[in-house]
Design a protein around this ligand. Structure first.
Ligand SMILES: [Zn+2]
Ligand SMILES: [Zn+2]
Length: 328
């Protein structure tokens, strides 16, 4: 099969011919139909996340078709359309897993990071960590739901029932979560790079009532803010923008250092927290909700072998919505 391989952080992705993987116990063999590109993929390529599997097939927003079952795998039948996401496996027995926090499992394995992912024609995935996919979506438009949507949804949930919600960085996650927030009756304010008129327009088209410079105050105090951009500077900016008792959620897996800030920004019971990974419960809940909103995704598609180009466009902030790779 054809796959895009990362040999080592800092090196360009390379198109390779690999043996089609054979599904192990509890695994399905999946023919990849679409795999969306995530900011996390860039962090892996740039060596900002420790100890990736190497060589590695990136990609953790996989829409595919089951074409085979390994031993003890029976949840899906050949032909079923399924999704594979970031959480590829958790042990189910540690204190975090037993408390419903499998996203924090110290033995968890992650698709496209510590397990091979979907920048390939085929992949294997543990059936218990795959999702049956809702109807009504075409493959390429569904792929971004699997991380941009799913992790974004966990952020939205943990931001609480904010009437006025700020979204910092208006990329793949924000464009999905703005629609969900509007559906829940929340008002959305989009904070983007200074002078980025294109992102401001895009945010308004996705339901934001206001869009403007991320380092300045918005038109009203926020009840909560979610930071999707990996920019530490946004943490004090968002704390400044939320009202007393407000919540700031950092949604990314990596962020540049947070500059020091006066305690007065956190004072008055403002809460600053991160969101790490996702649980299968988040996935099931979001994938049931998405078609009811209905969430529509904006995508640009690239052939598999242009994965490096898609990542570069993401790095430069050129992608409206999400980039999606299509093998063959
Ligand atoms: Zn565990
Ligand atoms: Zn992701």
């Amino acid at each position: 099969m054809r796959a895009m391989i990362l040999d080592a952080p800092g090196s360009p992705l390379r198109l390779a011919e690999l043996p089609t993987p054979s599904p192990g116990p509890e695994q399905v063999l999946v023919r990849v139909r679409a795999c969306a590109v995530c900011r996390t993929d860039l962090h892996v390529v740039d060596g900002e996340l420790p100890d990736p599997k190497l060589p590695l097939v990136l990609g953790h927003q996989v829409v595919g078709e089951v074409v085979g079952n390994g031993p003890r795998a029976s949840r899906f039948q050949p032909g079923d359309r399924i999704g594979a996401a970031w959480l590829g496996w958790a042990d189910g027995e540690c204190e975090f897993c037993r408390e419903g926090h499998e996203n924090l499992c110290p033995r968890a394995r992650f698709t496209g990071y510590t397990l091979d992912g979907g920048y390939a024609e085929f992949t294997v995935a543990n059936e218990r960590f795959c999702y049956p996919l809702p109807d009504g979506y075409v493959d390429v438009e569904e792929a971004p739901l699997l991380c941009a949507g799913l992790i974004g949804y966990r952020c939205l949930r943990l931001a609480g029932p904010a009437k006025r919600l700020g979204l910092y960085g208006f990329g793949a996650s924000a464009h999905i979560i703005a629609q969900v927030a509007r559906h829940r009756g929340q008002r959305v304010f989009a904070f983007v790079r200074s002078g980025d008129a294109e992102s401001e327009r895009f945010a308004r088209a996705m339901g934001a009532e206001w869009a403007g410079d991320s380092l300045r105050a918005g038109p009203e105090p926020l009840d909560a803010a979610i930071i999707f951009a990996p920019v530490g500077e946004l943490v004090p900016a968002a704390l400044r923008a939320v009202r007393p008792g407000g919540v700031v959620v950092c949604g990314g897996i990596h962020m540049s250092d947070i500059p020091s800030f006066p305690y007065s920004l956190l004072w008055e019971e403002r809460v600053l927290r991160s969101v790490a990974n996702l649980t299968r419960a988040d996935g099931d809940e979001f994938l049931a909700l998405a078609p009811r909103v209905p969430v529509r995704t904006e995508v640009e598609t690239h052939p598999l072998e242009d994965a490096g180009l898609a990542l570069e466009r993401l790095r430069r902030g050129l992608i409206k919505g999400s980039a999606v790779l299509v093998p063959g």
